[in-house]
Design a protein around this ligand. Structure first.
Ligand SMILES: Cc1ncc(COP(=O)(O)O)c(C=O)c1O
Length: 350
């Protein structure tokens, strides 16, 4: 389960891991989108297809869960507990990977989004959670991460009382950033792919929510000596709050991996240009990004995460922040199952 030691990534190679991801993920061109956005010419657009990581309909959470579930298996757990929004991709992927590992999954569904229609409550990720046999719990709070973690610990106590061996995937940054390590691996993978292709990327656009993806990617790039600019597009909180979260998580990750890469003052970059009115709330920019991705490139992005990230990238390109001759990379982190839960809002005419 371990790899040869990799000194520049600290303890990375010693961490337990299960291998469920279909890796490396492909890097593709998006020429039609580039043309539609910048008919007079502009930067080259690439997409890294982390929506196609394989396990449980794929997405970024597969890379993160490889490390969480590696730790769960190593600890001898038979049950995994996780907390997130009702339409969480993290919980769906976790439940699917647990099914494959023969682990029971408990999903704690937080009320983060005021959507009460049947699509939101039972289609999309919720349908998939049920298909893979997860046990669902409700939690009325959507914004109190510490309370959500405490409630999970209570559930874990109940599992213990019934003779089970629980492993808890915590939400708040008070716990080690186990999942972010999956994106350290992604940074390594990306740099190897670019080296093999003889190409460079100037700027990466990535969703920034719990920040495990953003933090791990940035940490990994800098630890490996790359200066590629990373723009975290906010999906959960505003740019100032998210900046503080990523900064704190970088330090947590350095402690977790026992290695301290060098960061410059402007390495942590967050934008809420496409965030709109809150987590999981659709907005016009996102609706446009969903349609453009589909119609130009046959790609599915979602209303909660990747649609907002692509919308942010589009706004930045339209503002002329990148020049012809440069290359932008959209890290497609998945999330398409939520399209079915937001079917009433995805299309203009819906
Ligand atoms: C599809 C998708 N993209 C991006 C993110 C944000 O990733 P992170 O929580 O690692 O910041 C999530 C989080 O759930 C997600 O499901």
């Amino acid at each position: 389960m371990t790899q040869p030691d990799s000194p520049s990534l600290g303890r990375f190679a010693d961490l337990p891991r299960v291998r469920h991801g279909h890796l490396p993920t492909a890097i593709e061109e998006m020429p039609n989108l580039a043309k539609a956005l910048m008919p007079e010419g502009g930067p080259r657009l690439l997409v890294k297809r982390d929506d196609c990581t394989g396990a449980g309909f794929g997405g970024n959470k597969v890379r993160q869960l490889e490390f969480y579930l590696g730790a769960a298996v190593e600890a001898g757990a038979d049950t995994v507990l996780i907390t997130s929004a009702v339409q969480s991709n993290f919980m769906r992927t976790c439940a699917a990977m647990c099914a494959r590992l023969g682990l029971k999954a408990h999903l704690q569904m937080e009320e983060r989004v005021a959507k009460n229609n049947p699509l939101y409550r039972s289609n999309g990720n919720v349908l998939l959670d049920k298909i893979v046999g997860a046990e669902l719990h409700t939690f009325p709070e959507g914004e109190d991460e510490a309370a959500a973690d405490r409630a999970l610990e209570d559930l874990a106590d109940r599992v213990r009382t019934q003779g089970g061996r629980p492993y808890v995937i915590h939400l708040s940054p008070a716990y080690p950033p186990v999942g972010a390590v999956g994106y350290v691996e992604c940074a390594r993978e990306l740099l190897a792919q670019l080296a093999e292709r003889g190409e460079t990327v100037d700027r990466i656009f990535v969703g920034s929510g719990s920040s495990a993806t953003h933090t791990g990617l940035l940490w990994g790039l800098r630890a490996l000596g790359s200066e590629i600019r990373v723009t975290g597009v906010c999906v959960r909180r505003d740019a100032t709050q998210q900046h503080a979260r990523v900064t704190a998580n970088l330090a947590n990750l350095s402690a977790h991996l026992a290695h301290q890469p060098e960061f410059s003052d402007d390495d942590v970059e967050t934008t809420d240009i496409s965030f709109g009115t809150g987590y999981g709330r659709m907005n016009e920019q996102t609706r446009e990004a969903i349609a453009l991705a589909g119609r130009c490139e046959g790609l599915f992005v979602d209303p909660v995460y990747t649609g907002k990230v692509l919308a942010g990238m589009i706004a930045i390109l339209r503002a002329g922040e990148m020049a012809e001759g440069e290359t932008a990379l959209f890290l497609h982190t998945g999330g398409a199952p939520a399209l079915f839960a937001y079917g009433d809002e995805v299309l203009e005419e819906a």
